[in-house]
Write a protein that binds this ligand. Sequence first.
Ligand code: AMP
Length: 290
Amino acid sequence: MDVIHTVAWMKQVAEGARTTGRILGLVPTMGALHEGHLSLVREARKQCSPVVVSIFVNPKQFGPSEDFQKYPRSLEADRAALEKLGVDYLFVPPPEEMYPPGFGTSVVVEGLGDRLEGRSRPGHFRGVTTVVLKLFEIVQPRFSFFGRKDAQQVRIIRQMAFDLNLYPEIVVCPIVREPDGLALSSRNAYLKNGERRAATVLYRALELFRREILSGQRSAAPLVASMRQLIESEPGVSLDYAEIVDAGTFEPVMACRKACYALVAARVGATRLIDNALIEQAGDSFTVTL
Ligand code: AMP
């Protein structure tokens, strides 16, 4: 696996692969890799060769009071894990390579990013779309792989790709969870002992949601109320939001129909975590995927 630090070198290598007709896959990450990230890499390996994984802790997607400085970084372990999976190129640009002095452009997808994560983390999605568009331009992959864990993010990236006629096809992969349901996240490393157990309340709320859907409840208000109540009853956890939204618009729905997401976000101690469940309707039957 080649480790690439500059945009120029990354472009050259990617261009070489494209001109020989190979199918480039890109997996953008911020590192501190876990099985969630690695599941995207495995999927990329199935569909593409060569596979590029980027590790870039993107300063533009962190708010001023967020955890940019202390975000976990474990480049050596990440490198070893990616090498083992047969990744071809690891792109690790330093911040000044991505944002040289005078950098002044950003990309905003209007509407979809105003609510939920966008409201709780102003500027976050602008940072994400800007860096992802840059990565798409540098690598120009045929496919790029994202996790459904960040459902609103992937919806926004899809919209950007559609609106700007971008080349890569966006592939969405399932959420990888711990055996007790907690969605894997680099930020789980912040959780202290008691907090680790409390953090499963997000998953438990989504499970409760699934049970209620499967027993016939369709109205959003009581479904949201049960999730909120469960999360708010967990000591040390403070709820940010619990909502049911249309999977296309990310606007709240009155009742679950067609495709929706149940989205939850909460602070466990000082650590902010998010999770979601996807509800799909086929005829009269509903499936809820956690
Ligand atoms: P991050 O390093 O947090 O920016 O995440 C990089 C990619 O990994 C994003 O597309 C995430 O949605 C995805 N990802 C993070 N956690 C998980 C998970 N538990 N399961 C599946 N994908 C994940």
